[in-house]
Design a protein around this ligand. Structure first.
Ligand SMILES: Nc1ncnc2c1ncn2[C@@H]1O[C@H](COP(=O)(O)OP(=O)(O)OP(=O)(O)O)[C@@H](O)[C@H]1O
Length: 918
């Protein structure tokens, strides 16, 4: 401060010393309370994160919630002048302390101070030494570049009275001796990582803001894509007007969104120079980087300097760990930069990827090297990497990467190398392109046979047969699979060490599907050992998953669970969390959790599966969707369940899946259609369903498929057709010891007999099912038959033939079944006008129901909202246009003074409960 400020030259803008206005849809972030409570001994709270991370909102909200007194100073570019800075600090503090520094303020206004430090000295001496806790919040401190102000802040920090805490909100690290404060423990730091919305927070935020329902899965995907950056969540909420649109926007985030591009344009337009811009564009091709990598890529010796200068700008550069050496761009920022790179430096793209590929390879990061070689479309580099590291990619389960490499390679190159052919064929088999497998093997045969000795060719063919064995297994030909596998085992593998493990696994699988469970599990244990010896992670996990599946078939769900634990531990020990095969593990874990009615864990595991396979495309989510549909049904979330069923339906129609997957998917669909009394869909399903072959029901999926037929017939009241099917599979299940299927079949037989009014048979089967459940722990399979379970179990209890354990189990099942929301019920009730009248006539209904009566259509809409249907589904159900539904909803909300869907649901629940006495 070199000049003296004249009071008349500065006018106080009051808003700058007031807390910021609250967002209309504030999500209170209580998770920060503990942190902020611990602030007593610190002088500084530094909230540092890139733009729009919610720094200001969080501090204002939490200080307010904690009842803390705060002096705000919301800076702008003009406050970079010392005199202006001093002027606002003095006013803000004086206001917040109700006049604790009038003298300093007077001097400042009348004579001014020669330097900022003299001003601060006066200020500090005038402030009382003791007082109520006070936070001096300097918002947007990154706008300050004036060294005098930074020194002033350091001076303040050294001498502030203990009851005052300085709170700096900044996009960059302020040069105010942060390192020292950190070492002395005098500072609390809140970073972008802390400020990022968690999936739970995002969910609550969307529930508050959106007028339509989005699934947990969509919320998690959205939050993953934006990494909890609230500004992007806000944009999503503001722009999407339906669930479908919401999902579309989330999908687009991957390649970029023009509103977000505009935001980054504005943010960088003035803050970075041309050299920095080019540096950002060139390095944007990297998924992660350190100083060395960026120097290699940008071919700039001063790469480290440039990187530091960008880090200091508070851009969206995320540290990878606490070492401060490795970074990556926030995915949305990366999408923006990559888009710009292609627009501005299109000729450099291939070269940049080549450089990146070479650099990663030199550093020993071969997967990254391969990825960039593919992006550079560089055949030679891809081939070299595959020949040296393809085996490792394979044992690591990197099928997607291998697929991308092979897609970029000429067919002849592949056919020329047995190892490339083998890998190509395995990848095709892993991607369910079974018919392709043979063509890859044949192409190589033509090439290789001519210049191989007979002996060499036999060895190669032996390994080829390992792939053929797996394909035969997958298309359901267990016998052929065994023959190929045995031929593969006759040779020591030359090209792919895992060929032997794979062949051994196929034998185990074929034993499993043929119902030889004991032999199958022994074989899978051997396979596990072989895989362990080869450090073939993918095969180890696969062998463990198979053991788990076999244990489920044997009815030992707890044992299956323990094997899954072992596999998870293995994955953790070897840092395999991202390995695609883990999806299988999480999926089968989800299935057990569902059966045990641990719905939250079941959901968590299904979502985890989706997360793991996210980059592979939706086609692979089908099994997780099946789980999510089952979970939604168990929770009574009708619209969510309907959405998943619809997705599954579409996916099945457009892709080829293993019968195990299809059978599971059909079970979920049939169960949903049954719950909503959609007989048409069930009829339609019957016309195209996979053949029921009870004589082949030696495994869980054939059993499931036939149970599906029985399910469908029972739903349609065709008991005579269902009974022989259930009896047929039951005798096979008993013959082969498929305990879980036996348990499920008994449940279905009981349901069938009950509905057919054969009480005694129904009770007999239910009693056995309950007994078996003491080993399987089954709950989900019981609940799935719907409310009829309550009647059967109540009848069984009244017969007094259950022992104490089973009685307790039955009572718990009754309780759970009673809690389960019946899909079709809410809809049926809404259509009954007598019931509506009944509600209106009651003395205890809310006043508004009487004073602003709803039309019949509005009643209907209300109860459909309550039933959990989305607007589109309501439109479909009422056979009207979605815009008509919206009009009804608007009018309904207006009449009942409702702002959110959740309020409408509560109102309906309240009204229905009055007449149902629930
Ligand atoms: N907890 C919250 N609930 C609802 N909306 C929020 C929340 N936190 C932030 N927002 C919204 O996100 C946007 C960015 O928030 P805010 O201005 O607090 O971020 P910031 O990190 O201080 O940004 P900048 O660096 O630009 O100052 C704002 O529009 C705000 O309304």
């Amino acid at each position: 401060m070199t000049t003296t400020i004249k009071p008349e030259s500065l006018t106080l803008i009051k808003a700058k010393i007031l807390p910021p206005p609250r967002p209309a849809h504030l999500l209170e972030r209580e998770k920060f309370d503990d942190l902020l409570h611990e602030i007593d001994p610190v002088n500084l709270i530094l909230v540092q994160a890139p733009a729009g991370y919610g720094k200001t909102t969080m501090i204002d909200d939490r200080l307010g919630a904690l009842g803390a007194n705060a002096a705000w100073f919301r800076l702008d570019a003009q406050d970079n002048l010392s005199e202006q800075f001093a002027f606002y600090v003095a006013h803000s503090l004086n206001e917040a302390t109700r006049g604790a520094c009038p003298e300093t303020l007077r001097t400042l206004n009348q004579q001014g101070y020669p330097t900022l430090q003299t001003f601060l000295t006066d200020l500090l001496s005038e402030l009382p030494l003791e007082g109520d806790p006070l936070h001096l919040v300097l918002d947007d401190y990154h706008l300050i570049s004036n060294p005098e102000i930074h020194s002033g802040v350091m001076f303040l920090l050294r001498h502030l009275p203990p009851y005052i805490t300085l709170v700096l909100l900044s996009r960059t690290t302020p040069p105010i001796g942060v390192a020292q404060l950190r070492m002395q423990g005098r500072m609390l730091e809140i970073t972008a990582k802390d400020l990022s919305f968690s999936a739970d927070e995002a969910q609550v935020y969307f529930e508050q803001r959106l007028r339509f329902e989005v699934s947990r899965e969509s919320v998690e995907r959205a939050n993953r894509r934006v990494e909890g950056w609230v500004s992007a969540l806000q944009l999503l909420a503001a722009t999407a007007s339906t669930g479908v649109e919401f999902n579309e926007y989330v999908e687009q985030l991957h390649s970029g969104n023009h509103y977000i591009f505009d935001y980054f344009d504005e943010l960088t337009r003035t803050s970075i120079d041309n050299e920095q811009r080019l540096f950002l564009l060139r390095t944007s091709v990297l998924e992660r980087f350190n100083a060395l990598m960026v120097m290699r890529l940008a071919q700039q010796q001063d790469g480290q300097f440039l990187l530091n200068s960008l880090l200091n700008l508070g851009l969206f550069i995320v540290p990878l760990d606490s070492s401060g050496l490795w970074f990556r761009y926030h995915p949305l920022f990366a999408a923006y930069l990559r888009h710009m790179q292609v627009c501005v430096l299109p000729d450099e793209t291939a070269q940049l990827h080549q450089r990146a590929s070479d650099a990663w390879r030199e550093m020993g990061f071969f997967e990254d090297a391969a990825r960039h070689a593919v992006l550079a479309k560089d055949q030679q580099r891809i081939k070299d990497i595959l020949l040296s590291c393809g085996r490792d990619f394979f044992t690591e389960g990197q099928f997607n990467l291998l697929q991308r490499c092979f897609d970029a390679l000429n067919k002849e190159v592949i056919a020329d190398h047995p190892i490339l052919t083998l890998l190509r064929a395995w990848v095709a088999q892993g991607q369910y392109q079974w018919s392709e497998v043979e063509s890859w093997l044949r192409a190589a045969e033509q090439h290789l046979k001519t210049h191989c000795s007979e002996e060499e060719w036999e060895a190669i063919n032996g390994e080829f047969n390992a792939v053929r064995a797996q394909v035969a297994m997958n298309v359901g030909d267990a016998e052929r699979a065994q023959t190929f596998a045995k031929s593969a085992l006759a040779h020591d593998p030359v090209y792919l060490p895992t060929s032997r493990t794979a062949a051994s696994s196929v034998i185990g699988e074929s034993l499993f599907v043929q119902g030889h469970l004991k032999e199958a599990i022994t074989r899978m244990q051997d396979t596990e050992q072989l895989a362990l010896a080869e450090h073939a992670h993918q095969n180890v996990i696969w062998a463990l998953c198979q053991q788990s599946e076999i244990s489920v078939a044997q009815g030992y769900l707890q044992k299956a669970y323990n094997i899954q634990e072992k596999a998870l531990q293995y994955a953790e020990d070897h840092s395999l969390e991202r390995l695609p095969i883990l999806e299988f593990l999480y999926r089968i874990r989800s299935q057990i959790m569902w059966e045990w009615h641990h719905l939250e864990s079941a959901e968590r595991c299904a979502l985890k599966g989706i997360e793991i396979l996210e980059s592979q495309g939706e086609r692979w989510f089908i099994q997780s969707y099946v789980m999510l549909a089952k979970i939604a049904q168990a929770r009574g979330r009708q619209s969510l369940c309907a959405d998943y069923v619809q997705k599954i339906h579409k996916m099945l129609a457009s892709g080829e899946y293993h019968i195990d997957w299809t059978a599971n998917a059909h079970a979920a669909m049939l169960s949903y259609w049954d719950a909503v009394r959609d007989k048409e869909s069930i009829q339609r399903w019957l016309t195209a369903a996979p053949e029921p072959t009870p004589e082949q029901a030696t495994n869980h999926f054939t059993q499931c498929n036939i149970r599906n037929w029985a399910r469908a017939y029972v739903s349609l009241g065709d008991f005579d057709k269902a009974l022989p099917l259930l009896e047929g599979i039951q005798s096979m299940a008993e013959q082969f010891g498929l305990k879980t299927d036996i348990n499920r079949n008994h449940i279905h037989l009981s349901q069938l007999y009950w509905l057919n009014e054969q009480r005694e048979d129904a009770l007999r089967h239910m009693a056995i099912a309950l007994k078996l459940a003491s080993t399987t722990g089954a709950v989900g399979s019981f609940l799935r038959i719907g409310k009829v379970l309550i009647n059967i179990l109540k009848a069984l209890i009244s017969e007094e033939q259950l022992d104490e354990m089973e009685k307790q189990r039955a009572e718990r099942l009754i309780q759970l079944a009673q809690q389960q929301r019946d899909f079709s019920r809410a809809i049926r009730i809404s259509l009954d006008e007598a019931i509506i009248q009944d509600i209106i006539d009651r003395p205890d209904v809310p006043e508004l129901i009487r004073t602003s009566p709803l039309t019949r259509r509005e009643w209907q809409v209300l109860s459909l909202i309550h039933a959990g249907l989305s607007n589109d589904q309501i439109a479909e159900h009422m056979k009207v246009a979605p815009t008509t539904v919206k009009t009804h909803i608007r009018s309904l909300y207006q009449k009942q003074n409702i702002t959110h869907r959740s309020e409408a649901i509560n109102l309906a629940r309240d009204l229905l409960s009055k007449i149902q006495g629930e």
